[in-house]
Design a protein around this ligand. Structure first.
Ligand code: NAP
Length: 285
């Protein structure tokens, strides 16, 4: 069996077109949906991510403000900027690009963002909302994975979903989202013994580790849905995921490629959260 591909680029195009339509509708009501992206320091990877986010906003009818600060910016100065953005009615979403320089407490900065503008979904209020099923913003990467299940019409109810990785931004929220869809969820991590014995039972595997070949063909149940969140480099320096794609695609039913899988979905869901934030703000006024 060769797995069918879940194409994150194609799905992103569809979802981004929906964002652009919603943005046009808001603009017709006199509201320009706006995202503020805050970058501190010169981290080259962060600069690329931030540029891509700003461009994605511009391409899909969202207004974006990029605030760049030197690495020496103090924590107090950054907190003051976040506070000003919280109060700015033209800004509906705030994203502080991580990592921040070591002298700044990233969690403190995230907690300073107004939950109504927390489009990254990292605020403790957003995490609590996800856990309790209340309205809030879901972290973009696992939210994008959920859209991928939806796009193939996959019924998660009663399925065994195994999430490899338990970070606050991917693994844990992913597990909660799958649980909310009535999957039976197992979370694996670096202390898990015999990972393969667990993943072989899974109807769905989400790999979010950051290590190549964490999931190989012998660890996958025939027909399973495999979502690869990982972003790594292979020996030739090319982008690859956590999954041995060539091997696993011969066993799985569905698989996401890297690149072109979860990656584009993350920025797409940032746009979705931002338009949602702007619509909620417009409704509240
Ligand atoms: P992270 O914070 O480093 O978490 C990695 C998780 O993997 C941890 O929970 C760790 O367990 C677990 N782990 C490590 N080695 C393992 C092993 N051998 N077996 C099972 N579990 C193991 O990383 P993250 O932020 O969640 O990101 C994970 C990957 O996704 C990275 O490659 C990252 O670049 C990528 N990513 C991609 C996107 C995207 O847009 N495509 C977005 C975000 C992240 P412990 O908790 O026990 O240490």
């Amino acid at each position: 069996m060769t797995a069918q591909l879940i194409d994150g680029n194609a799905l992103s195009r569809t979802l981004r077109a929906e964002v652009a339509t919603r943005a046009a509708a808001l603009k017709a009501r006199g509201v320009a949906p706006g995202l503020a992206v805050v970058l501190v320091g010169e981290n080259p990877a962060s600069q690329v991510y931030v540029r891509n986010k700003v461009k994605a906003c511009e391409d899909n009818g969202l207004h974006s403000v990029l605030e760049k600060y030197p690495a020496e910016l103090s924590e107090a100065e950054l907190l003051a900027r976040v506070e000003a953005l919280n109060k700015d009615p033209a800004i509906h979403g705030i994203l502080v690009q991580l990592p921040l320089p070591a002298h700044i407490d990233a969690q403190k900065v995230i907690e300073a963002i107004a939950p109504a503008k927390d489009v990254d979904g990292f605020h403790v209020a957003s995490a609590g909302a996800l856990m309790t099923g209340m309205p809030g913003f879901w972290p973009c990467t696992p939210y994008g994975c959920m859209k991928m299940f939806e796009s193939i019409g996959y019924e998660l109810r009663g399925k065994h979903a195994v999430v490899i990785g338990r970070s606050n931004i991917v693994g844990k929220p992913m597990a909660l989202m799958l649980l909310a869809k009535n999957a039976t969820v197992t979370i694996c991590h670096s202390a898990t013994q015999d990972l393969g014995a667990i993943t072989r039972q899974a109807d769905v595997v989400v790999a979010a580790v950051g290590k190549r070949n964490v999931l190989t063909a012998d660890m996958v149940k025939p027909g399973a849905v495999v979502i690869d969140v990982g972003m790594n480099r292979n020996d030739e320096g090319k982008l690859c995921g956590d999954v041995d794609f060539a091997g696993v695609r011969e066993v799985a039913g569905w698989i996401t490629p890297v690149p072109g899988g979860v990656g584009p979905m993350t920025i797409t869901m940032l746009l979705v959260n931002t338009i949602e934030a702007a619509e909620r703000a417009a409704e509240a006024t």
